[in-house]
Design a protein around this ligand. Structure first.
Ligand SMILES: Nc1ncnc2c1ncn2[C@@H]1O[C@H](COP(=O)(O)OP(=O)(O)OP(=O)(O)O)[C@@H](O)[C@H]1O
Ligand SMILES: O=P(O)(O)OC[C@H]1O[C@](O)(CO)[C@@H](O)[C@@H]1O
Ligand SMILES: [Mg+2]
Length: 440
């Protein structure tokens, strides 16, 4: 099976053991039903998509519904699971760890659960960090804290070494909690496992405040990030209105996608300009951002600008590419550039302005999960456990069209999710800010 061509999830083999979960197969008995292997959710829920598939005689693209299976692949009493958290911090990682441990231990009776320290580095040969033994008692309070109790890291490690570590430590299931990089790593580990013919499942739980993972409705942690950013923007507005021609610029994380900036502006609708990586943007001249800002100041004498860190990178003269240990581009500070160019622009026309530049930086991602992200992280973790115990591999647990499903890792990592400039979400941002529909 070519995983690139289908949404079906690779499997280690036929299910062999009855699930220890006492669930049902009948409706009307007030008991949750096992999910059947044939249960599917449509990828495209539009009528036109469905009709197109029917006219072409093909089956519409479908996703596997997630949840507990009646028969499972792993014998729980003899199974060892490991959890690794990689990439940048994100609210909800500890909730995911806690729920993985609780579900493995209490639902399935998996008693050996290993915490891998500091990301994939913890699986590399000669790693100085010892595994952490994870038990319900050890994790029962960790949802109270931001960050990850396991630690995280960026940077590449040989895949064959990581698989050797799994084999040497008799690990049957590896849960990877991370963004696109982590998931690509999980896929590579899964390929090496398949090459060696091993019965080790690799599951992913998509984590990123940037919400840029393809196909899924949202990643956990994203909501908390703009929840934390919202009062910062509210206060930036106070700063802006506190001065005649006051301008507040708030820079928010978002490397390649502007969801955090755009969602914050919608949640705290005092924002007049949102600048995101997805939009064409010019500063100078007719129809440019500076002219729009000038118009705004003439009318209202204050302005709030929210800019995503990845926006306007083409505006820098210096085009040297700097990357982090994982190869991700480290963006230049668009907030500082805007501040300088705004100052210069109004200086030239002799218009006095007061500019406040606010960069909350890591603060928006190191907080503990808010209530909704806690709930979401827990549910994702449960789904991941059910899938892995059933012998599914190289999959992520995610939510699509508000349904929990399993998606092949290859499908969620083959491109980044970006704001659709022609979609309703961005139109809502434009309606909220009142900024020109185009500034580039
Ligand atoms: N193509 C790949 N193959 C194997 N491993 C990879 C690949 N891409 C990234 N990784 C590994 O995955 C880990 C995490 O990657 P990265 O630092 O990009 O964070 P991330 O998971 O994308 O999270 P974030 O959203 O914070 O960026 C790193 O150890 C990195 O080396
Ligand atoms: O400085 P670090 O830890 O490498 O991470 C920064 C990046 O991580 C993210 O928060 C994603 O996790 C991006 O928004 C940001 O560009
Ligand atoms: Mg990434």
């Amino acid at each position: 099976m070519d995983p690139k061509k289908t949404f079906d999830i690779p499997s280690l083999g036929p299910a062999r053991f009855p699930s220890p979960l006492q669930l049902s197969n009948n409706s009307g008995d007030d008991l949750f039903n096992f999910v059947r292997e044939s249960d599917r959710v449509l990828v495209d829920v539009s009528l036109s998509g469905f009709q197109q598939a029917r006219e072409s005689g093909s089956r519409p693209e479908c996703l596997e519904k997630s949840g507990p299976r009646e028969t499972i692949f792993f014998d729980p009493g003899k199974t060892t699971a490991a959890i690794v958290t990689c990439g940048g911090l994100c609210p909800g990682i500890n909730n995911v760890i806690r729920s993985l441990v609780m579900a493995l231990h209490y639902f399935y009776g998996v008693k050996r659960i290993i915490g891998v320290r500091y990301g994939y580095e913890g699986l590399s040969r000669d790693c100085p960090h010892e595994f952490m033994e994870l038990t319900p008692d050890k994790v029962k309070d960790i949802h109270e804290f931001g960050g990850t109790i396991l630690g995280s890291s960026r940077g590449a490690h040989p895949v064959s070494e990581m698989v050797d570590t799994l084999v040497e430590n008799r690990i049957d299931i590896l849960f990877t909690v991370g963004g696109d990089g982590t998931l690509k790593g999980a896929h590579a580990i899964g390929d090496e496992i398949a090459k060696r013919g091993l019965n080790i499942a690799v599951a992913g739980i998509p984590k990123t405040i940037d919400n840029d993972i393809n196909l899924i409705d949202k990643s956990f942690g994203f909501e908390t990030a703009f929840d934390v950013a919202s009062p910062i923007v509210r206060d930036a507005h106070n700063e802006a209105i506190g001065a005649f021609n006051g301008i507040s610029i708030v820079k928010l994380m978002g490397r390649d996608s502007g969801y955090i900036a755009a969602s914050t502006a919608l949640a705290m609708p005092v924002v007049n300009f949102v600048l995101v990586p997805e939009m064409p943007l010019k500063l100078e001249g007719e129809g440019g951002f500076l002219q729009a800002l000038e118009d705004r100041l003439q009318r209202k004498h204050h302005a709030v600008i929210v800019v995503a860190e990845g926006a306007g990178q083409h505006l820098f003269d210096d085009d040297r590419r700097v990357t982090d240990a994982s190869g991700n581009v480290k963006h230049k500070d668009i907030g500082i550039l805007l501040k300088d160019r705004i100052q210069e622009h109004f200086g030239q026309s002799g218009t006095p302005v007061t500019i406040k530049y606010i960069d909350p930086s890591y603060i928006i991602r190191s907080a503990p999960a808010n209530a909704n992200d806690s709930l979401f992280s827990n549910r994702l973790a449960y789904q991941a456990v059910h899938g892995a115990m059933a012998g599914k591999t190289q999959f992520v647990a995610g939510r699509v069209h508000n349904r929990f499903v399993y998606l092949p890792i290859s499908k969620v990592t083959d491109r980044r999710k970006k704001i659709d400039m022609e979609g309703e979400f961005w139109f809502a941002v434009l309606q909220s800010t009142g900024q020109p529909f185009k500034m580039g």
